[in-house]
Write a protein that binds this ligand. Structure first.
Ligand SMILES: [Zn+2]
Length: 492
């Protein structure tokens, strides 16, 4: 009460500022906005797949982190029919992806506010610096919605940066016979006349790029996967090829849980579309999205992202190896678990790639060098090799302690490469500065990263043609871990 009185009487003296148009990411300077924290998105839309026409309303609940006279949202192309802040009409201007909003009254630091935007039009994807399309991608029966790194504003106004996570309620109406698959749990599905409305809810904090509302013809099955509520939505054209890989989901969760920490979300599953032109799958939160039937390796990769990328998200896009290197390493672990190639052997084989193969070794995963290199092969492969080299350096038990501490310490939040290095040093008691410098930041083939001469000799030997069975004694095979019963889940 006292605070309200002070604010009331001192209102004339409060200095209001404009929220910044970006959050300073060197790769995507316009991404995200300053001055507020989005807490919840309520997105409602009607979609006509035939004409790719959307009519939508997005309501954002946010908290001001500065006294704001103006603030931006990220929003692309679609036509705005009304915009209200705290229920009152607000004026706005648009410039590229920036939607600049001037509320009637200044917004006070620390206070919640709402923004409601009504809009319509033909949503279209965003072309990324590497040439890929992301965001709202129309298909022959609906839309494939995958927004990494900058496609979210192609279908809803938002604070488009991974550090501003929020909860989501997504309600979508489509012609009867079509399905909308989104994140989290299906709250309701109701058919009225010629339309069906789907209401989805994701109650765990989620980055904008991980939100989806993919539509088309899907057969949805609801089940429990390793005790977790699971929805598999499959385009009938991909049904046959999806059976075997999706059947692996419980086993993948069983392998990852004891090693990465308890599964971070309330639901899981898969959405398998028939959109072969897209060219990638995405770890949309709780329910990865596949352009066509995936193989089990890809399923393992996207599920690993639920810990590495979705729950623990990067702070800057250049730290993308924290997502892709980890998911790639997890994929290799899954393969070994399934009787495939042993991790040490795989590492040795990859490491034998000659230094003259510059595109195999560059750019270094910790510094992609630009937005167009965000998803280069090295981010995945050399990123995954970095983790395997780390496992060989610190030993398997310590390695998994590092991974579990990482997912626990930063659950539902954000963390960067520096934080990972510090954690690995703290958990291992080793000075790993040189190690990570070689693997993450130096151009060219890493050499002599080990803490002992013995390790260097060993890797040098295996790098040529020595058998992988020469793995050092302290390493402990992943295979040994899998023979023991799953570790009990840590208390949350
Ligand atoms: Zn990935």
């Amino acid at each position: 009460m006292a605070a309200a009185l002070v604010t009331g009487t001192a209102a004339g003296h409060v200095k209001f500022v404009k929220g910044s148009a970006g959050l300073g990411d060197p790769y995507f300077p316009q991404a995200g906005n300053g001055g507020y924290d989005a807490r919840h998105y309520a997105i409602e839309f009607r979609y006509k797949p035939k004409s790719n026409f959307i009519r939508a309303r997005t309501k954002i609940l946010a908290t001001a982190t500065e006294n704001l006279s103006r603030f931006d949202l990220d929003f692309r192309h679609l036509g705005i029919t009304s915009l209200r802040v705290n229920g009152k009409k607000a004026s706005f201007k648009r410039k590229g992806q920036e939607l600049k909003i001037t509320p009637r009254q200044g917004l006070h630091k620390g206070k919640p506010f709402t923004v409601q935007v009504r809009y319509r039009g033909h949503p279209r994807p965003v072309t990324d610096p590497d040439g890929a399309a992301d965001g709202w991608i129309p298909t022959d029966d609906g839309a494939f919605v995958a927004s990494e790194p900058q496609g979210a504003p192609s279908w809803f106004p938002c604070n488009d940066y991974p550090t501003d996570k929020a909860t989501y309620a997504i309600q979508a109406t489509v012609p009867k016979g079509k399905t909308v698959v989104s994140n989290g749990a299906l709250v309701s599905r109701a058919t009225h006349g010629k339309h069906t409305t789907y209401k989805w809810r994701e109650g765990s904090p989620m980055a904008t790029y991980l939100a989806t509302a993919t539509s088309g013809k899907f057969d949805v099955t609801r089940s429990k996967a390793n005790g977790i509520l699971s929805y598999d939505a499959v385009d009938p054209r991909e049904a046959q090829a999806s059976v075997e890989p999706l059947a692996q989901i419980p086993a993948i969760l069983r392998l990852f849980g004891p090693r990465f920490g308890a599964y971070p979300f309330g639901s899981t599953g898969a959405t398998v579309d028939h959109a072969p032109g897209v060219g990638y799958a995405l770890e949309t939160q709780t329910r990865p999205l596949y352009e066509t039937a995936p193989n089990a390796l890809t399923v393992a990769h996207e599920i690993a992202h639920q810990w590495f990328g979705d729950s623990v998200s990067l702070k800057r896009w250049r730290q993308i190896w924290l997502n892709e290197g980890f998911a790639t390493w997890a994929e290799w672990m899954w393969q070994e678990h399934e009787g495939g190639k042993n991790l040490s052997k795989r590492f040795a084989e990859l490491y034998s790639t000659p230094a003259s193969n510059k595109s195999f070794w560059n750019p270094p995963p910790g510094n992609p060098g630009g937005a167009k290199n965000l998803f280069d092969g090295t981010i995945y492969v050399r990123g995954g090799m970095t983790l395997e080299a780390l496992r060989e350096e610190v030993g398997t038990q310590t390695f998994f302690r590092i991974l579990k501490d990482w997912t626990r310490d930063h659950a539902y939040g954000n963390a960067g490469t520096e934080g990972f290095i510090k954690l690995a040093e703290a958990d291992s008691g080793m000075d790993l500065g040189h190690f990570f410098d070689e693997w993450l930041f130096k151009k060219g083939k890493p050499r002599n990263w080990g803490s002992s001469a013995l390790r260097q000799d060993h890797v040098a030997a295996r790098g040529t043609n020595a058998p992988a069975s020469a793995a050092p004694a302290h390493l402990g095979a992943i295979g040994q871990l899998r023979l023991s019963p799953p570790a009990p889940r840590a208390a949350p």
